[in-house]
Write a protein that binds this ligand. Structure first.
Ligand SMILES: O=C(O)CCC(=O)C(=O)O
Ligand SMILES: [Fe+2]
Length: 193
C-alpha cells in the first residue's frame, strides 16, 4: 500500500511494505550485529548531552557530514546496504550516496524536532527513510501553519519518502515512549552534494 499525504509545502509518501518481512528481519539482524555504532555528544542551548540513540554514517564519499553540531565520519558501505541504495536510486531516480543509520534501543531513545536542511543536502533534499524492527510513531508539523500536523506509525519494512519543500516548511521527530518497545533501526538515504 502506498499513501500520499496531501500536505501544504510538502511531498510526503509512505510505502507500507517496501521490504517484505523476511528481508526486513534479516536486514535488521545484520545491521544490529555488524554496524560499528556510535553515540555522539550534542550541544543544545549550551548544554552538552549524549544523543538519545546510536548512529552510524555510510557514504561513498569520504566527506564528513555535520548536523546539530556533530561531525560524523563516514564508513564504507557494506554490500548489502549499498545494494539497497542502488535499488532506491533506480526506483526514485535519485542520486543517494550516503546513508545515516539510527538505532533506537528502546522507548527512551528518540529523535527531537528537526528538519534535514543542511546545506550539503542541496535546495530541496530528497530523503528515503526505511524502518526496521519495532514500530514507532513519527510526528511532523508545519513551521508556521499551526493546524498542519500529523502523526503516523512507521512499520518495519516501510519506506517514507520526504521530498519537495518538506524540509523548509516542516519539522519531524520520533518521540520517546513509556511503552516497553524493542529496538528499531532507521536508514535515511540522502544525497550529500
Ligand atoms: O528514525 C526516523 O524515522 C527518523 C530519522 C530522522 O529523522 C533523521 O535521521 O534525520
Ligand atoms: Fe530527519
Amino acid at each position: 500500500m502506498m499513501r500520499k499525504f496531501d500536505l501544504p509545502n510538502s511531498k510526503l509518501i509512505y510505502y507500507e511494505r517496501f521490504l517484505d518481512a523476511p528481508r526486513a528481519n534479516s536486514l535488521f539482524g545484520k545491521l544490529l550485529a555488524e554496524i560499528k555504532w556510535q553515540q555522539d555528544k550534542i550541544t543544545l542551548f549550551g548544554k552538552t548531552h549524549l544523543q538519545p540513540r546510536l548512529t552510524a554514517l555510510f557514504s561513498v564519499k569520504e566527506k564528513t557530514y555535520t548536523y546539530s553540531g556533530i561531525t560524523m565520519h563516514p564508513q564504507a558501505f557494506p554490500d548489502y546496504l549499498y545494494s539497497i541504495l542502488l535499488e532506491l536510486n533506480k526506483k526514485f531516480d535519485t542520486n543517494f550516496n550516503t546513508c545515516l543509520v539510527n538505532l533506537y534501543r528502546d522507548g527512551a531513545d528518540s529523535n527531537g524536532w528537526h528538519a534535514d536542511n543542511e546545506k550539503e543536502l542541496g535546495k530541496n533534499p530528497v530523503i528515503a527513510s526505511i524502518s526496521l524492527g519495532e514500530i514507532r510513531k513519527f510526528k511532523i508539523k508545519h513551521n508556521t501553519l499551526k493546524k498542519e500536523k500529523l502523526d503516523f506509525w512507521l512499520e518495519s519494512g516501510s519506506l517514507l519518502l520526504m521530498a519537495g519543500e518538506t524540509q523548509h516548511y516542516w519539522k519531524h521527530q520520533i518521540p520517546k515512549t513509556k511503552k516497553p518497545v524493542k529496538p528499531r533501526i532507521n536508514l535515511t538515504f540522502r544525497e550529500i552534494k
